[in-house]
Ligand binder design. Structure first.
Ligand code: HEC
Ligand code: HEC
Length: 459
């Protein structure tokens, strides 16, 4: 019997006891591995302009068994010192693998220095460098850094190896992926990289419209989009100048650039306040925006390019006019709305729910494999939007440590509603009195499992 099938049967038995997948930290995997290596791309994403951006190295192609191991590692809290945080705690599937708060919380509750980055299409970035400041030369190099980061996970590689070796399932997963059960950090980095490179969701509304008329050149109106979306598309590829930096059907950059966020350098980034120009695919899922999460909405981003571009010695030439002055396009309200509408067509909704990329340890996850014994739930009872108090309901099968916190859209913590062991049915009221109008993220954390709800406060 293939090893994965054995693992599957094993976890079914474990799942019979409610909540035990999380307690025993045993993943539930499909009997036949998911397909990770056979991602079918529409013609416009098979084009040479896209394929030259693929940073998959010859010696680490995506395989089904390798990405399966990578998925388990990605969601495993064993990778953090006190077993509270996994990669998935800061890279949330339903947020395009980024974090709804400006700064993520590491294993001891300390904040990261920058905003988490969405991981979909990370595979397509030609230089293959990673992080906002591009300090990691390759994805294989990047994937071991969070584990050893003193804020994020706080581990050493030998400690992680020993923990994984002590489980009854990792040796089998390593053997399936690499031929022998040996657990090495090199193999961990390869498997995590394979999993991340598998996260390619090529079926946004924009992709559907492009695929329907393959002979229409990039940047021209598409029948499958509305008049407003096409207006936005034409601004993006035309007078808005966006495509000079967010290039091709990937909407991705080539090297770190300064887009005029500040007149004086507040964060050097890759030098002089230059940062990676990440793909804008699925951008509607990954708020807040920029390396420090300073913008809560896409509207705020457009306003920056419209009127906010700051002159500074490092400002990219693409955002300077003929006389050298910063370009501020002063978008009309119609243009602003059109650009937002266009950016929203770049979301592939399946990214947020595809089980291939979901948490195999999840008890509260939105997707995952069927978990018969598990019915932990977190509901927003409402009202939403609210002017005053709003309520949440939590149902827990067993006593468990819970944090329920509220963040403003730019990531400031504004309330802690629960922090401690809870069980059974728990009702929670949140009084929004004294808070400004706007949207707030309510985040439930149970170890590494994170679920968020967005509440709008009106005044
Ligand atoms: C505590 C939160 C946190 C954890 C845990 C975490 N990350 Fe991140 N991740 C971030 C932040 C913040 C950034 C951006 C940091 C920067 O650029 O300086 C980032 C950036 C990245 C990037 C760069 C993406 C790009 O396009 O350049 C990758 C890849 C990544 N993380 C993968 C992982 C993996 C794999 C793990 C687990 C081994 C992990 N992360 C754990 C917060 C986290
Ligand atoms: C000079 C190159 C350049 C131009 C022109 C440009 N951008 Fe950007 N863009 C960047 C860089 C660099 C970043 C990341 C900056 C940072 O985080 O500090 C960015 C970030 C963004 C982000 C946030 C990405 C994220 O993951 O947080 C959005 C959205 C965006 N740009 C949209 C646009 C739109 C729309 C236009 C046209 C109106 C545009 N950009 C024009 C370089 C550019």
């Amino acid at each position: 019997m293939p090893r994965l099938a054995v693992l599957f049967l094993g976890s079914l038995i474990v799942v019979l006891g409610a909540f035990s997948t999380r307690l025993d930290k045993t993943p539930t995997l499909p009997a036949t591995p998911y397909d990770y290596d056979g991602i079918a791309l529409p013609a416009h994403l098979e084009a040479i302009a896209v394929s030259i951006e693929d940073n998959t190295p010859d010696d680490n192609p995506v395989t089904d068994a390798g990405a399966t191991l990578g998925r388990v590692l990605f969601y495993d809290v064993r990778l953090s010192q006190n077993e509270t945080v996994s990669c998935g705690s800061c890279h949330l599937q339903d947020r395009g693998f980024s974090d709804p708060v400006s700064f993520s919380l590491g294993f001891e509750g300390n904040e990261t220095a920058r905003n988490s980055m969405g991981l979909a299409f990370a595979r397509f970035y030609r230089s293959g460098r990673f992080f906002w400041d591009e300090r990691a030369e390759t994805l294989e190099h990047q994937t071991l850094l969070p584990i050893q980061d003193p804020i994020e996970m706080g581990m050493t590689l030998p400690e992680v190896q020993a923990r994984l070796a002590a489980t009854d399932f990792y040796p089998d997963l390593f053997e399936d992926a690499f031929g022998t059960p040996d657990i090495t950090s090199d193999r961990m980095s390869r498997a995590l990289s394979q999993f991340i490179r598998s996260i390619v969701a090529p079926n946004s509304r924009y992709d559907q419209a492009r695929a329907a008329e393959p002979s229409t050149p990039l940047g021209q109106a598409l029948d499958g989009l509305s008049a407003q979306e096409n207006h936005g598309l034409q601004l993006f590829f035309g007078p808005g100048r966006c495509t000079l930096c967010h290039r091709t059907d990937l909407f991705v950059g080539d090297e770190p650039r300064n887009n005029g966020l500040d007149a004086e350098v507040t964060d050097e980034g890759a030098g002089g306040g230059r940062f990676k120009t990440n793909s804008l695919r699925n951008i509607a899922l990954t708020a807040p925006y920029m390396h420090d999460g300073r913008f809560a909405t896409l509207g705020d981003v457009i306003d920056h390019y419209s009127t906010g571009v700051q002159d500074n010695p490092n400002l990219d030439i693409r955002l300077r006019g003929a006389g050298g002055q910063p370009i501020r396009r002063n978008f009309s309200p119609q243009e602003r709305a059109a650009l937002i509408a266009f950016l929203e067509t770049l979301t592939d909704e399946t990214l947020a729910t595809d089980p291939r990329w979901s948490d195999p340890f999840s008890i509260t996850g939105t997707t995952a494999a069927p978990d018969p014994g598990i019915n932990t739930s977190f509901e927003l009872v409402g009202p939403n939007p609210t002017r005053g108090t709003t309520a949440f309901r939590l149902r827990l099968d067993t006593s468990t440590e819970i944090q329920l916190e509220v963040f403003s859209a730019t990531g400031r913590r504004v309330a802690t509603l629960l922090d401690g062991v809870q069980s059974g049915e728990v009702s929670v009221q949140w009084d929004t009195d004294g808070l400004a109008a706007g949207s707030y993220v309510v985040r439930l954390r149970n170890g590494a499992s994170v679920v968020t709800k967005t509440v709008t406060v009106v005044r």
